[in-house]
Unconditional design. Structure first.
Length: 584
C-alpha cells in the first residue's frame, strides 16, 4: 500500500512555509555513483562525498590510505581518550580540534577496525569507507547526541546527518507506523522516520553496506552495583562524574551559556558550570507574558546564586505561532513538543553572546522524573485500570494514543493497528520496572526527541548545544544505581538531589518539578483558532489523507475537553502539518 503526497500537487509556493537557511553539512552517495557530479569533493568507484560550499565536509584518509572517514566527532576529554586507547599521534598536535578528533578515529580504525565503535566516547556520527573491501560502515554514539540517516532502496543509497538532505533522493511515501507512533508520542521513535525509504542509525549501533546489516556495539541495560550502599554513597559517585563531565563540556577560554528554567536539572548544570568555568557564564530563561504562569522566580534565584549574566526572553502567542513553520523546517523528524519554538528563539538569543550553550536535558530520563509515576501506579493497580503495559505506556504520553481509532482514517488504522511497537521488547525485559522505564526514556524519548531537538535547533540558531546529563558515562552510571534512589516514593531524582545538595539553594532542591508549561491550551482557545482551522481543516492539508478532520474540528471547538488536553493535541497536529508542508 503506497501513501504519497498527491495533496501537494497544485499548491502555490507562496502558501508553503519556507525552510530556514541551514547550510547542509555533508552527504554520501553509495552504489551507483557515476551520475553524481554536483559538489562532489571526493569519489571512489562506489562512493561519492558531497558537500555544500558554505560547509565543507571533514574528510580524513588513514595513514595506510585504506580507510576514508567523514562525519562529525567530538571527544569531550581527548587526552583521556588517547590514553585509554594507547594512541600517540606525533606531528598533528596543531590541527583544529574537530580534525584531530577525526584523525584519532582513523588511527584507531587502522588498529582495531570495527572494534573502534566500542572504544569511541563523546558525540559522533561517522561513515567509514573501506577501499580494500568496498564496504561502508555507519556508526552513531551511545546516547544519540548526533543523528545519521540513510536511504534503504535504489541503486544509489544516500547517507547524511540531516534527514532533509537526502529526502529529495527518495520517494515521498509516508511510513504509516511512524505516523501512528508520532501521534502517540509527539516524536518518531526507533529507526523509522516519516518516510518509508529512510531509516535512522540507532544510538550505539552500526550499519554495514552493501548488506544493510545492523549491529549493536553497546547495549543500555540495567547493571545494579553496590545495592547495599546508601543514597549518600551513590550521590558522591554521581557528583564525582558530573564534576568531570561538566568540566570537559565547557569551552576553554570563552564565554559559555546555560538554558536555565529554575528546575533541578538546569540549575545543577548551571551551578557546576559556575564552579569550574573561568570565563563569563550567561544564563537564559523564557516566559510567556505577565498573565501566564512562569518559573522566573526560581531561574532568577539560581542565576543570582551562581553570579551569572542572566537574560530573560518573553515569547508572545503571536511569536509562538509565527515561528512554528521555520522551527519544523529545522527538525529532521517532526517533534510535537510545544517547547520547540521556545528552544529555537532562546537559542537565537544565546547566539548573541556565546557559541556554546549547556542544558539540563537528561535529568528526568536518567534519574527518575515524576512522569514515570502513572506507569508505576498502573503496575500496582493494573487490575483496576484494566490497561495492559504497552497501552498504559502510550497513554502516559498524554497525546493521541487513545484517539487513534477515531483520529486515523479507517484504512490507515487498519494498516497499522496490529503492527508491533518499538517499545515492546524493553517493556517486557527482566530489568527492574523503573529501570525499564528509564531505558525507554533514554533510548527513545532521549535520542529521538530531546537530543534530536537540541542538535537540530541549536544548530539552526548557530550555536553548539551540549547536554552533560546525557553524556554516555552519566547514562551508563544511572543504570547502576538502585531504582529506589531515583524515584523514591513521591521524591523524584533523589540521587541527583543528593549529588548536588551543596551547590544549590534549598528552595530549588525541595521544590516539586512543575515543568515548563507552554500555554498552548490558551493559545488555541484565544489566539490561534482561526489559523489552526485554516491549516488543519483544509482539504489540501498534508494530513487530510490520513486523519479524520471531523474529530480535529471537535478539538478546535473544545467539545468534551474534560481534562484540558486538546491544546497539546492540536499543537502536535499543527507541528506535523507544517513539517510535511516544508518537506514537499
Amino acid at each position: 500500500m503506497k501513501w504519497s503526497h498527491a495533496w501537494w500537487q497544485g499548491r502555490s509556493a507562496e502558501k508553503s512555509p519556507r525552510s530556514p537557511a541551514l547550510a547542509p553539512t555533508w552527504k554520501l552517495a553509495y552504489g551507483a555513483v557515476s551520475e553524481v557530479t554536483e559538489n562532489v569533493v571526493w569519489r571512489d568507484d562506489q562512493l561519492a562525498i558531497v558537500c555544500g560550499d558554505q560547509n565543507p565536509a571533514r574528510i580524513t584518509i588513514s595513514d595506510n590510505q585504506r580507510y576514508v572517514i567523514v562525519g562529525d566527532v567530538w571527544f569531550p576529554d581527548r587526552g583521556a581518550f588517547m590514553q585509554r586507547s594507547g594512541i600517540n599521534i606525533h606531528g598533528k598536535e596543531g590541527l583544529r580540534s574537530a580534525v584531530l578528533d577525526q584523525e584519532l578515529v582513523a588511527h584507531l580504525w587502522e588498529q582495531v577496525g570495527t572494534g573502534t565503535w566500542e572504544k569511541l566516547t563523546g558525540a559522533f556520527v561517522l561513515a567509514v569507507w573501506d577501499r580494500e573491501q568496498q564496504q561502508l560502515w555507519l556508526g552513531r554514539d551511545r546516547s544519540g547526541i548526533r543523528t545519521l540517516y540513510y536511504t534503504t532502496d535504489g541503486a544509489t543509497r544516500w547517507i547524511a546527518p540531516q534527514l532533509g538532505t537526502i529526502a529529495p533522493h527518495c520517494s515521498a511515501d509516508l511510513d504509516l507506523v511512524a505516523l501512528r507512533d508520532y501521534l502517540c508520542c509527539a516524536f518518531v521513535p526507533g529507526d523509522r522516520t516519516l518516510w518509508q525509504a529512510i531509516r535512522e542509525v540507532r544510538p550505539g549501533s552500526m550499519v554495514q553496506l552493501p548488506d544493510g546489516a545492523v549491529q549493536t556495539y553497546w547495549h543500555l541495560q540495567e547493571h545494579i552495583t553496590h545495592p547495599d550502599k546508601p543514597l549518600e554513597w551513590h550521590g558522591d559517585g554521581l557528583r564525582t562524574l558530573l564534576d568531570a563531565v561538566v568540566q570537559a563540556y565547557l569551552p576553554v577560554g570563552e564565554p559559555v551559556g546555560a538554558f536555565l528554567s529554575g528546575g533541578l536539572d538546569s540549575s545543577c548544570i548551571t551551578a557546576l558550570a559556575a564552579k569550574f568555568h573561568d570565563a563569563p557564564l550567561h544564563t537564559y530563561a523564557i516566559h510567556f507574558g505577565a498573565d501566564c504562569p512562569n518559573e522566573l522566580e526560581f531561574s532568577s534565584l539560581v542565576a543570582q546564586h551562581c553570579h551569572t549574566q542572566h537574560h530573560m526572553l518573553e515569547i508572545t502567542f503571536k511569536e509562538m505561532w509565527e515561528h512554528l513553520p521555520e522551527t519544523m523546517a529545522a527538525l529532521d523528524d517532526p517533534i510535537g513538543d510545544p517547547l520547540t519554538v521556545p528552544n529555537l528563539l532562546l537559542g537565537r538569543l544565546a547566539a548573541e553572546t556565546v557559541k556554546t550553550v549547556l542544558n539540563g536535558e537528561g535529568g528526568d530520563p536518567c534519574f527518575g522524573g515524576p512522569k514515570n509515576q502513572p506507569m508505576l501506579i498502573n503496575a500496582l493497580y493494573g487490575n483496576v485500570t484494566q490497561q495492559e503495559t504497552l497501552q498504559a505506556y502510550l497513554t502516559s504520553f498524554q497525546k493521541c494514543a487513545i484517539d487513534l481509532p477515531q483520529l486515523l482514517k479507517p484504512e490507515v488504522w487498519s494498516a497499522v493497528q496490529s503492527e508491533p511497537s518499538v517499545f515492546a521488547d524493553t517493556l517486557q525485559s527482566r530489568d527492574r520496572y523503573l529501570n525499564r522505564l528509564m531505558a525507554l526514556n533514554i533510548q527513545f524519548k532521549g535520542a529521538d526527541q530531546i537530543l534530536t531537538k537540541v542538535n537540530n535547533l541549536t544548530r539552526a540558531a548557530g550555536i553548539d548545544g551540549r547536554s552533560p546529563l546525557f553524556d554516555p558515562q552519566v547514562v551508563a552510571l544511572s543504570m547502576t544505581i538502585p531504582p529506589e534512589y531515583k524515584l523514591s516514593g513521591v521524591q523524584e531524582k533523589a540521587v541527583l538531589k543528593q549529588a548536588v545538595a551543596n551547590l544549590l539553594p534549598a528552595t530549588i532542591l525541595q521544590r516539586p518539578k512543575s515543568g515548563m508549561m507552554v500555554p498552548v491550551q490558551r493559545g488555541f482557545r484565544e489566539h490561534w483558532n482561526r489559523q489552526a482551522r485554516s491549516l488543519l481543516l483544509s482539504r489540501h492539508a498534508a494530513i487530510a489523507p490520513y486523519l479524520n478532520q471531523t474529530l480535529i474540528r471537535n478539538w478546535l471547538d473544545y467539545t468534551g475537553d474534560t481534562w484540558g488536553r486538546y491544546g497539546v493535541k492540536l499543537w502536535l497536529l499543527a507541528s506535523l502539518e507544517y513539517w510535511l508542508q516544508v518537506r514537499r
